[in-house]
Design a protein around this ligand. Structure first.
Ligand SMILES: Nc1ncnc2c1ncn2[C@@H]1O[C@H](COP(=O)(O)OP(=O)(O)O)[C@@H](O)[C@H]1O
Ligand code: SF4
Ligand SMILES: [Mg+2]
Length: 378
Protein backbone atom coordinates (compact mmCIF):
# COMPACT_ATOMS: atom_id res chain seq x y z
CA UNK A 1 0.00 0.00 0.00
CA UNK A 2 1.42 3.43 -0.88
CA UNK A 3 1.90 5.87 1.94
CA UNK A 4 -0.71 8.31 0.60
CA UNK A 5 -3.36 5.59 0.72
CA UNK A 6 -2.25 4.67 4.22
CA UNK A 7 -2.48 8.28 5.32
CA UNK A 8 -5.91 8.72 3.80
CA UNK A 9 -7.11 5.76 5.83
CA UNK A 10 -5.41 6.73 9.08
CA UNK A 11 -7.96 7.30 11.78
CA UNK A 12 -10.72 5.26 10.14
CA UNK A 13 -12.13 2.38 12.14
CA UNK A 14 -10.08 -0.73 11.40
CA UNK A 15 -11.60 -3.03 14.01
CA UNK A 16 -15.06 -2.89 15.57
CA UNK A 17 -16.03 -5.35 18.27
CA UNK A 18 -19.67 -5.42 19.29
CA UNK A 19 -21.13 -7.16 22.35
CA UNK A 20 -18.54 -9.92 22.09
CA UNK A 21 -18.96 -12.88 24.42
CA UNK A 22 -16.79 -15.92 25.02
CA UNK A 23 -18.27 -18.35 27.53
CA UNK A 24 -16.32 -21.55 28.18
CA UNK A 25 -18.46 -24.49 29.25
CA UNK A 26 -17.46 -26.20 32.50
CA UNK A 27 -17.89 -29.93 32.07
CA UNK A 28 -18.23 -32.59 34.68
CA UNK A 29 -18.99 -36.26 34.49
CA UNK A 30 -17.29 -39.62 34.31
CA UNK A 31 -18.93 -41.23 31.30
CA UNK A 32 -21.00 -38.45 29.89
CA UNK A 33 -19.82 -34.85 30.07
CA UNK A 34 -22.44 -32.59 31.49
CA UNK A 35 -22.13 -28.84 31.25
CA UNK A 36 -22.48 -27.65 34.81
CA UNK A 37 -21.75 -23.98 34.26
CA UNK A 38 -19.76 -21.49 32.24
CA UNK A 39 -16.69 -19.36 32.66
CA UNK A 40 -17.82 -15.92 31.49
CA UNK A 41 -14.32 -15.02 30.27
CA UNK A 42 -15.51 -12.25 27.95
CA UNK A 43 -19.02 -11.07 28.61
CA UNK A 44 -20.22 -8.33 26.31
CA UNK A 45 -17.28 -6.20 25.16
CA UNK A 46 -17.60 -3.27 22.73
CA UNK A 47 -14.56 -1.55 21.35
CA UNK A 48 -13.29 0.18 18.25
CA UNK A 49 -9.72 0.56 17.12
CA UNK A 50 -8.76 3.14 14.52
CA UNK A 51 -6.21 2.57 11.84
CA UNK A 52 -2.75 3.56 12.98
CA UNK A 53 -3.64 3.82 16.66
CA UNK A 54 -2.37 1.90 19.66
CA UNK A 55 -5.14 0.66 21.91
CA UNK A 56 -4.00 -0.52 25.32
CA UNK A 57 -6.10 -3.14 27.12
CA UNK A 58 -5.44 -3.57 30.84
CA UNK A 59 -6.86 -5.46 33.77
CA UNK A 60 -5.91 -8.01 36.42
CA UNK A 61 -4.80 -11.46 35.41
CA UNK A 62 -7.84 -13.60 34.67
CA UNK A 63 -10.17 -10.76 33.59
CA UNK A 64 -10.38 -12.02 30.00
CA UNK A 65 -7.79 -10.01 28.06
CA UNK A 66 -6.15 -12.94 26.28
CA UNK A 67 -9.49 -14.53 25.50
CA UNK A 68 -10.69 -11.23 24.00
CA UNK A 69 -7.52 -10.94 21.89
CA UNK A 70 -7.85 -14.51 20.68
CA UNK A 71 -11.54 -14.10 19.89
CA UNK A 72 -10.77 -11.01 17.80
CA UNK A 73 -8.38 -13.10 15.71
CA UNK A 74 -10.85 -15.97 15.73
CA UNK A 75 -8.28 -18.22 17.37
CA UNK A 76 -11.01 -18.82 19.94
CA UNK A 77 -14.57 -19.09 18.66
CA UNK A 78 -16.76 -16.33 20.15
CA UNK A 79 -20.03 -17.42 21.79
CA UNK A 80 -21.81 -14.39 20.34
CA UNK A 81 -21.28 -10.84 19.16
CA UNK A 82 -19.48 -9.49 16.14
CA UNK A 83 -15.94 -8.63 15.10
CA UNK A 84 -15.76 -6.42 12.04
CA UNK A 85 -12.30 -6.01 10.55
CA UNK A 86 -11.84 -3.41 7.83
CA UNK A 87 -15.55 -3.50 7.07
CA UNK A 88 -15.99 -7.30 7.02
CA UNK A 89 -17.61 -9.36 9.74
CA UNK A 90 -15.20 -12.19 10.44
CA UNK A 91 -17.76 -14.31 12.30
CA UNK A 92 -18.92 -16.11 9.20
CA UNK A 93 -15.49 -16.44 7.61
CA UNK A 94 -14.22 -19.93 7.07
CA UNK A 95 -11.51 -21.77 5.14
CA UNK A 96 -9.68 -19.73 2.54
CA UNK A 97 -11.43 -16.43 3.40
CA UNK A 98 -10.52 -16.76 7.05
CA UNK A 99 -6.96 -17.66 6.19
CA UNK A 100 -6.60 -14.61 3.99
CA UNK A 101 -8.09 -12.38 6.65
CA UNK A 102 -5.72 -13.83 9.24
CA UNK A 103 -2.72 -12.61 7.32
CA UNK A 104 -3.80 -9.08 8.14
CA UNK A 105 -4.15 -9.72 11.88
CA UNK A 106 -1.19 -11.16 13.71
CA UNK A 107 -0.52 -11.93 17.34
CA UNK A 108 2.60 -11.51 19.44
CA UNK A 109 2.66 -13.68 22.56
CA UNK A 110 3.77 -13.18 26.12
CA UNK A 111 6.27 -15.98 26.23
CA UNK A 112 8.26 -16.09 23.01
CA UNK A 113 9.97 -19.32 23.99
CA UNK A 114 6.78 -21.33 24.15
CA UNK A 115 5.30 -19.67 21.06
CA UNK A 116 8.33 -20.40 18.85
CA UNK A 117 8.86 -24.00 17.74
CA UNK A 118 12.21 -25.04 19.28
CA UNK A 119 12.94 -27.43 16.41
CA UNK A 120 12.66 -24.76 13.73
CA UNK A 121 15.46 -22.39 12.76
CA UNK A 122 14.64 -18.69 12.68
CA UNK A 123 14.67 -18.83 8.88
CA UNK A 124 12.13 -21.61 8.81
CA UNK A 125 9.96 -19.85 11.44
CA UNK A 126 9.87 -16.68 9.34
CA UNK A 127 9.40 -18.37 5.97
CA UNK A 128 6.58 -20.60 7.23
CA UNK A 129 4.05 -17.76 7.50
CA UNK A 130 5.19 -16.17 4.25
CA UNK A 131 4.77 -19.49 2.45
CA UNK A 132 1.32 -20.08 3.91
CA UNK A 133 0.21 -16.78 2.44
CA UNK A 134 1.99 -17.06 -0.90
CA UNK A 135 4.56 -14.38 -0.04
CA UNK A 136 7.49 -16.72 -0.56
CA UNK A 137 7.79 -16.23 -4.32
CA UNK A 138 11.39 -16.83 -5.29
CA UNK A 139 14.57 -17.56 -3.44
CA UNK A 140 16.20 -14.20 -4.03
CA UNK A 141 13.27 -12.01 -3.00
CA UNK A 142 12.59 -14.20 0.05
CA UNK A 143 16.24 -13.85 1.03
CA UNK A 144 15.99 -10.10 0.66
CA UNK A 145 12.77 -10.01 2.68
CA UNK A 146 14.32 -12.05 5.50
CA UNK A 147 17.27 -9.64 5.66
CA UNK A 148 14.84 -6.74 5.76
CA UNK A 149 12.79 -8.32 8.55
CA UNK A 150 15.79 -9.04 10.73
CA UNK A 151 17.19 -5.59 10.27
CA UNK A 152 13.75 -4.13 11.11
CA UNK A 153 13.76 -5.90 14.47
CA UNK A 154 17.45 -5.28 15.13
CA UNK A 155 18.86 -8.78 14.75
CA UNK A 156 21.92 -9.79 12.68
CA UNK A 157 21.50 -11.83 9.51
CA UNK A 158 23.40 -14.71 11.10
CA UNK A 159 20.31 -15.27 13.30
CA UNK A 160 18.60 -17.06 10.42
CA UNK A 161 20.51 -20.28 10.98
CA UNK A 162 20.03 -20.30 14.74
CA UNK A 163 17.31 -21.82 16.93
CA UNK A 164 15.11 -20.06 19.50
CA UNK A 165 17.01 -21.39 22.53
CA UNK A 166 20.18 -19.70 21.32
CA UNK A 167 18.71 -16.26 21.96
CA UNK A 168 17.96 -14.15 25.03
CA UNK A 169 14.35 -13.39 26.03
CA UNK A 170 14.44 -9.96 24.40
CA UNK A 171 15.91 -11.35 21.18
CA UNK A 172 13.29 -14.09 21.10
CA UNK A 173 10.57 -11.49 21.36
CA UNK A 174 12.20 -9.73 18.39
CA UNK A 175 11.91 -12.99 16.44
CA UNK A 176 8.24 -13.18 17.44
CA UNK A 177 7.75 -9.65 16.14
CA UNK A 178 9.60 -10.46 12.89
CA UNK A 179 7.37 -13.52 12.43
CA UNK A 180 4.27 -11.36 12.80
CA UNK A 181 5.65 -8.74 10.39
CA UNK A 182 6.64 -11.36 7.80
CA UNK A 183 3.08 -11.56 6.46
CA UNK A 184 2.57 -7.78 6.29
CA UNK A 185 -0.31 -7.41 8.75
CA UNK A 186 -2.39 -4.30 9.42
CA UNK A 187 -3.30 -5.15 13.02
CA UNK A 188 -1.01 -6.67 15.61
CA UNK A 189 -2.45 -8.00 18.85
CA UNK A 190 0.45 -7.99 21.32
CA UNK A 191 -0.52 -10.04 24.35
CA UNK A 192 1.66 -9.03 27.32
CA UNK A 193 4.59 -8.56 24.91
CA UNK A 194 7.07 -7.59 27.62
CA UNK A 195 5.70 -9.23 30.78
CA UNK A 196 8.17 -12.11 30.62
CA UNK A 197 11.18 -9.86 29.99
CA UNK A 198 13.66 -8.18 32.33
CA UNK A 199 12.76 -4.62 33.12
CA UNK A 200 15.87 -3.37 31.33
CA UNK A 201 14.81 -5.12 28.12
CA UNK A 202 11.13 -4.15 28.31
CA UNK A 203 11.73 -0.58 27.19
CA UNK A 204 13.78 -1.71 24.20
CA UNK A 205 11.02 -3.97 22.95
CA UNK A 206 8.37 -1.29 23.53
CA UNK A 207 10.50 1.23 21.64
CA UNK A 208 10.91 -1.23 18.79
CA UNK A 209 7.14 -1.71 18.56
CA UNK A 210 6.66 2.07 18.41
CA UNK A 211 9.33 2.54 15.79
CA UNK A 212 7.82 -0.20 13.60
CA UNK A 213 4.40 1.37 13.94
CA UNK A 214 5.70 4.72 12.71
CA UNK A 215 7.48 3.13 9.82
CA UNK A 216 4.86 0.65 8.70
CA UNK A 217 1.62 2.37 9.74
CA UNK A 218 0.63 -0.56 11.95
CA UNK A 219 -2.37 -0.67 14.26
CA UNK A 220 -1.83 -2.21 17.69
CA UNK A 221 -3.92 -3.79 20.38
CA UNK A 222 -1.48 -4.03 23.28
CA UNK A 223 -2.59 -6.17 26.22
CA UNK A 224 -1.00 -5.84 29.67
CA UNK A 225 -1.89 -6.47 33.29
CA UNK A 226 0.20 -3.47 34.21
CA UNK A 227 -1.01 0.03 33.42
CA UNK A 228 2.55 1.36 33.49
CA UNK A 229 3.42 -0.71 30.41
CA UNK A 230 0.64 0.63 28.20
CA UNK A 231 0.67 4.20 29.45
CA UNK A 232 3.35 5.56 27.17
CA UNK A 233 2.56 3.73 23.98
CA UNK A 234 -1.23 3.82 23.96
CA UNK A 235 -3.35 6.48 22.32
CA UNK A 236 -6.41 5.10 24.07
CA UNK A 237 -6.80 2.62 26.89
CA UNK A 238 -9.59 0.24 27.80
CA UNK A 239 -9.78 -1.17 31.33
CA UNK A 240 -11.32 -4.62 31.77
CA UNK A 241 -12.78 -6.19 34.89
CA UNK A 242 -14.24 -9.71 34.98
CA UNK A 243 -15.00 -9.99 31.30
CA UNK A 244 -16.31 -6.47 30.71
CA UNK A 245 -14.92 -3.10 29.82
CA UNK A 246 -15.32 -0.67 32.72
CA UNK A 247 -13.62 2.44 31.37
CA UNK A 248 -12.20 3.68 28.09
CA UNK A 249 -10.61 6.96 27.15
CA UNK A 250 -7.41 8.48 25.77
CA UNK A 251 -4.38 7.60 27.78
CA UNK A 252 -3.77 11.11 29.13
CA UNK A 253 -7.33 11.44 30.46
CA UNK A 254 -7.21 7.98 32.00
CA UNK A 255 -4.20 8.97 34.08
CA UNK A 256 -5.31 12.50 34.90
CA UNK A 257 -8.96 11.88 35.43
CA UNK A 258 -9.89 8.23 35.97
CA UNK A 259 -13.58 7.89 36.80
CA UNK A 260 -14.28 4.23 37.38
CA UNK A 261 -13.49 3.09 40.93
CA UNK A 262 -11.59 0.09 39.57
CA UNK A 263 -9.36 2.27 37.39
CA UNK A 264 -8.73 4.55 40.35
CA UNK A 265 -7.65 1.58 42.42
CA UNK A 266 -5.37 0.28 39.66
CA UNK A 267 -3.75 3.69 39.29
CA UNK A 268 -3.28 4.16 42.99
CA UNK A 269 -1.32 0.92 43.06
CA UNK A 270 1.37 2.23 40.68
CA UNK A 271 4.32 3.59 42.66
CA UNK A 272 5.29 7.18 41.86
CA UNK A 273 9.00 8.02 41.92
CA UNK A 274 8.43 11.40 43.61
CA UNK A 275 7.86 10.90 47.38
CA UNK A 276 5.91 14.18 47.70
CA UNK A 277 3.47 13.10 45.02
CA UNK A 278 3.35 9.62 46.53
CA UNK A 279 2.35 11.01 49.94
CA UNK A 280 -0.42 13.22 48.68
CA UNK A 281 -1.97 10.63 46.42
CA UNK A 282 -5.04 8.71 47.41
CA UNK A 283 -4.28 5.06 48.05
CA UNK A 284 -7.12 2.69 47.32
CA UNK A 285 -6.65 -0.84 48.43
CA UNK A 286 -8.97 -3.34 46.85
CA UNK A 287 -10.62 -5.68 49.29
CA UNK A 288 -10.79 -9.34 48.41
CA UNK A 289 -9.69 -11.27 45.36
CA UNK A 290 -10.99 -11.11 41.85
CA UNK A 291 -14.27 -13.04 41.99
CA UNK A 292 -14.55 -16.13 39.84
CA UNK A 293 -15.59 -15.46 36.24
CA UNK A 294 -17.68 -18.64 36.59
CA UNK A 295 -19.87 -16.92 39.17
CA UNK A 296 -19.63 -13.20 38.52
CA UNK A 297 -21.32 -10.96 41.12
CA UNK A 298 -24.81 -9.68 40.31
CA UNK A 299 -25.39 -6.08 39.24
CA UNK A 300 -22.11 -4.23 38.90
CA UNK A 301 -19.43 -6.90 38.83
CA UNK A 302 -17.14 -4.68 40.84
CA UNK A 303 -19.59 -4.16 43.70
CA UNK A 304 -17.99 -6.75 46.00
CA UNK A 305 -14.79 -4.70 46.04
CA UNK A 306 -15.92 -1.18 45.25
CA UNK A 307 -15.13 1.50 47.88
CA UNK A 308 -17.85 3.75 46.36
CA UNK A 309 -20.58 1.10 46.31
CA UNK A 310 -24.04 2.53 47.02
CA UNK A 311 -27.11 0.97 48.64
CA UNK A 312 -29.13 1.23 45.47
CA UNK A 313 -28.44 -0.14 42.00
CA UNK A 314 -24.86 -1.37 42.52
CA UNK A 315 -25.84 -4.89 43.63
CA UNK A 316 -28.76 -5.32 41.28
CA UNK A 317 -28.29 -3.42 38.02
CA UNK A 318 -25.42 -4.07 35.63
CA UNK A 319 -24.05 -0.68 34.51
CA UNK A 320 -23.54 -0.16 30.78
CA UNK A 321 -20.49 1.49 29.30
CA UNK A 322 -21.74 5.01 28.63
CA UNK A 323 -20.15 8.23 27.43
CA UNK A 324 -19.50 10.66 30.29
CA UNK A 325 -17.13 13.10 28.62
CA UNK A 326 -15.98 13.32 25.02
CA UNK A 327 -14.61 9.91 24.08
CA UNK A 328 -14.64 8.92 27.75
CA UNK A 329 -16.79 5.88 28.47
CA UNK A 330 -17.42 4.54 31.95
CA UNK A 331 -19.52 1.63 33.24
CA UNK A 332 -20.54 2.92 36.67
CA UNK A 333 -23.97 4.12 37.84
CA UNK A 334 -22.36 6.84 39.93
CA UNK A 335 -19.53 8.05 37.68
CA UNK A 336 -20.73 11.69 37.70
CA UNK A 337 -21.18 11.79 41.47
CA UNK A 338 -17.73 10.27 41.96
CA UNK A 339 -16.23 12.75 39.51
CA UNK A 340 -17.89 15.69 41.28
CA UNK A 341 -16.92 14.45 44.73
CA UNK A 342 -20.58 14.07 45.76
CA UNK A 343 -19.94 10.59 47.04
CA UNK A 344 -16.74 9.48 48.72
CA UNK A 345 -15.09 6.11 49.18
CA UNK A 346 -15.70 4.06 52.28
CA UNK A 347 -14.05 0.94 53.58
CA UNK A 348 -15.24 -2.27 52.03
CA UNK A 349 -15.26 -5.58 53.72
CA UNK A 350 -14.40 -8.40 51.42
CA UNK A 351 -17.63 -10.19 50.64
CA UNK A 352 -17.74 -13.91 50.20
CA UNK A 353 -19.51 -14.95 47.07
CA UNK A 354 -21.33 -18.19 47.64
CA UNK A 355 -20.61 -20.71 44.95
CA UNK A 356 -21.23 -24.39 44.96
CA UNK A 357 -17.95 -26.29 44.71
CA UNK A 358 -15.96 -23.11 44.73
CA UNK A 359 -12.69 -24.79 45.43
CA UNK A 360 -13.01 -27.58 42.94
CA UNK A 361 -10.79 -26.50 40.04
CA UNK A 362 -12.58 -28.75 37.57
CA UNK A 363 -15.79 -26.97 38.25
CA UNK A 364 -14.50 -23.51 38.87
CA UNK A 365 -11.33 -22.70 36.95
CA UNK A 366 -11.29 -19.13 38.21
CA UNK A 367 -10.31 -20.34 41.67
CA UNK A 368 -7.50 -22.49 40.47
CA UNK A 369 -5.68 -19.38 39.37
CA UNK A 370 -2.19 -20.83 39.56
CA UNK A 371 -3.14 -23.77 37.42
CA UNK A 372 -5.27 -21.94 34.90
CA UNK A 373 -2.78 -19.13 34.54
CA UNK A 374 -0.12 -21.56 33.49
CA UNK A 375 -2.47 -23.25 31.13
CA UNK A 376 -4.00 -20.26 29.52
CA UNK A 377 -1.67 -17.28 29.90
CA UNK A 378 -0.48 -15.94 26.55
N1 LIG B 1 -9.89 -22.50 27.05
C1 LIG B 1 -10.40 -22.16 28.22
N2 LIG B 1 -11.28 -22.97 28.87
C2 LIG B 1 -11.81 -22.64 30.06
N3 LIG B 1 -11.54 -21.49 30.73
C3 LIG B 1 -10.67 -20.65 30.15
C4 LIG B 1 -10.04 -20.92 28.88
N4 LIG B 1 -9.22 -19.89 28.56
C5 LIG B 1 -9.32 -19.00 29.58
N5 LIG B 1 -10.18 -19.45 30.52
C6 LIG B 1 -10.60 -18.74 31.74
O1 LIG B 1 -11.14 -17.49 31.34
C7 LIG B 1 -10.78 -16.47 32.24
C8 LIG B 1 -10.07 -15.36 31.50
O2 LIG B 1 -8.80 -15.83 31.09
P1 LIG B 1 -7.78 -14.97 30.22
O3 LIG B 1 -8.47 -14.50 28.99
O4 LIG B 1 -6.56 -15.79 30.02
O5 LIG B 1 -7.46 -13.73 31.17
P2 LIG B 1 -6.24 -12.71 31.17
O6 LIG B 1 -5.55 -12.81 29.85
O7 LIG B 1 -6.86 -11.38 31.42
O8 LIG B 1 -5.35 -13.11 32.30
C9 LIG B 1 -9.93 -17.13 33.31
O9 LIG B 1 -10.76 -17.45 34.41
C10 LIG B 1 -9.42 -18.38 32.64
O10 LIG B 1 -9.18 -19.38 33.59
S1 SF4 C 1 -21.75 0.94 39.85
FE1 SF4 C 1 -21.55 1.00 42.09
S2 SF4 C 1 -20.29 -0.78 42.63
FE2 SF4 C 1 -20.06 -0.42 40.43
S3 SF4 C 1 -18.25 0.82 40.22
FE3 SF4 C 1 -19.99 2.23 40.31
S4 SF4 C 1 -20.22 2.75 42.48
FE4 SF4 C 1 -18.90 0.94 42.38
MG1 LIG D 1 -3.54 -13.15 29.41
Amino acid sequence: MTSSVTEAKQGETLLAVDDLKVHFPIKRGVLIDRTVGHVYAVDGVDLEIRRGETYGLVGESGCGKTTLGRAILKLTEPTSGSVVFDGNDIAGLKGEDLRRRRRRMQMIFQDPLSSLDPRQSVESILVEGMRAHGLDKDKESTRERLRELLSAVGLPESSLRKYPHEFSGGQRQRIGIARALAVEPDLIVADEPVSALDVSVQAQVINLLEELQDRLGLTYLVIAHDLAVVRHISDRIGVMYLGSMVEETDSETLYQNPLHPYTRALLSAIPVPDPLVEDSREQILLAGDLPSPAAPPSGCRFHTRCPWRQETRCDTERPVLREIGEGHRVACHFAEQIRDGEITPHEVEAELVEVEDTLNPDVNPGHAASVTEKMFEG
